[in-house]
Design a protein around this ligand. Sequence first.
Ligand SMILES: Nc1ncnc2c1ncn2[C@@H]1O[C@H](COP(=O)(O)OP(=O)(O)O)[C@@H](O)[C@H]1O
Ligand SMILES: [Mg+2]
Length: 245
Amino acid sequence: MNTILVKDLQQGYGKTIVLKDINLTVSAGEILALIGPSGSGKTTLVNTIMGMLKPHQGEVTVLNQSMPNRKLLAKIGFMAQTDALYDTLTARENLTFFGQMMGVKRDDLKKQIKYATDIVNLGPHLNKYVGSYSGGMKRRLSLAISLISDPELLILDEPTVGIDPELRQQIWTELHKTAKAGKTILLTTHVMEDAEQADQIMMIRRGEAIAQGTPDSLISEFGVSSVEEAFLKAGRQQDENLSND
Ligand SMILES: Nc1ncnc2c1ncn2[C@@H]1O[C@H](COP(=O)(O)OP(=O)(O)O)[C@@H](O)[C@H]1O
Ligand SMILES: [Mg+2]
């Protein structure tokens, strides 16, 4: 079953077109990484899939429902690019608040808070006010919040920004475990090492999907030896096509 289906999407703000001809499917149990430079349209795509933006053209379906769809939100663990946390509450209070909003039962909250915070190593800092947290700690708390309800679908916008390499590796181990358990994960990144960990990669540049496939298939399609070189080559081909138009 496809958890996410995007068909012939065109998206933008007002009259400005930001995304063109985006087609993508993500199946249950799969991790898809959207990689592209800043301003390429990753957040716009993710927010459209979440239903925060209505498609200008084309279709977005999540868990077989057309988006936007308010009711589906409780099934999606979302980590926005900008942390939306309450600074005047402790991390535990933030997790409790968002957990209740996502429908986590009172009896399960304690267990779910432990599960989510162990993944991001925030256990020892749970009773601190979020206002005193560093940027990286806030990212980790946002990730924990997206995991709190054990959702079927995780959508993570730049989850690894400000996170040190060791913890990043630990988070990837958990994401793989989560996917193995049948959950679907869509994440954005501008770091190649992250994209290489995904089952599928969509390379996005200037609002266009310049290449997509598994890391291995991209390497062989472009006849290169790394995902990074595939991205660079796909980018040069896009420039050539644009100058020929
Ligand atoms: N709310 C908005 N209104 C107008 N333009 C926007 C808005 N958000 C993003 N953009 C523009 O859309 C383009 C893609 O942005 P974004 O999706 O945030 O890219 P990324 O997440 O890859 O950095 C950029 O040119 C950005 O300036
Ligand atoms: Mg972004």
